[in-house]
Design a protein around this ligand. Sequence first.
Ligand code: SAM
Length: 288
Amino acid sequence: MATLGIPANTIAVLQKYDFNFQKKFGQNFLIDTSVLDRIIEASHITKDDMVLEIGPGIGTMTQYLCEAAREVVAVEIDKNLIPILEDTLAEYDNVTVINQDILKVDIRQLAEQRNGGKPIKVVANLPYYITTPIIMGLFESHVPLDSITIMVQKEVADRMQVGPGTKDYGALSLAVQYYAKPEIIANVPPNCFMPRPKVGSAVIRLTRYETPPVDVMDEKLMFRIIRASFNQRRKTLANGLKNGGIPITKDELAAILEKMGLPENIRGEALTLAQFAELSNFIKSIKN
Ligand code: SAM
């Protein structure tokens, strides 16, 4: 294959099709073969795997994925890229390109139809403007997933890894760490893309847990509590829960916090994942 990861090849394709980058779609195409190699290596793809690629662009990484996987489904929103992908992926018969907004695709159904409901691998150089909804959507809709290996904004990769006590800690950190083990694979500078993004990027692998690291009676309730806590992160947990409409009285919460050995005026942002799980289990048992 003539790799598009070499800048001259990407430029040739863009010129051939007179392609205009669409800023609104977060289009920054990878032009570095060593980064592509790292992503493929980190994703541990085998010939048994079905891979979902989100936003194939001109097909740069898709070519690598087709070589490594049994089957690739690539979902691209920009209709102007579809004829280009037909060209750059012409030599592969194990790829399907879907011209859709990934947020509107039923990925569970896709995994069911194409992979018999077995866990799929997601690999993507994500459009940064929708990183969080994509990741949350994958986890919360319980798509059968093995791992997600993605390029994201560096700061977002950091947010996925941290615990309490840093400004980056938030609802995304907790969701990611409840569902998966996050590992930063590589930092990627702006000059590896065309056009260059304004921010640094990182490749992160999220390996889905078979069972989450904490026991939670009602996941939805725990995430409602987490969101309520971080919506007003400078307020106390008690105020955050009240304003977030969590059904618990001040006195009930005070009693729970005492049992958990936490001060009454604690802020939600100070709680670990295990503590959010414990708190939500207490609230659930009161409400049952
Ligand atoms: N994978 C290519 C690469 O590495 O060179 C392109 C990556 S670029 C950062 C993001 C890609 O996602 C673009 O091709 C963009 O058109 C596409 N995209 C943006 N929003 C999307 C959405 N909602 N659904 C599917 N694809 C989307």
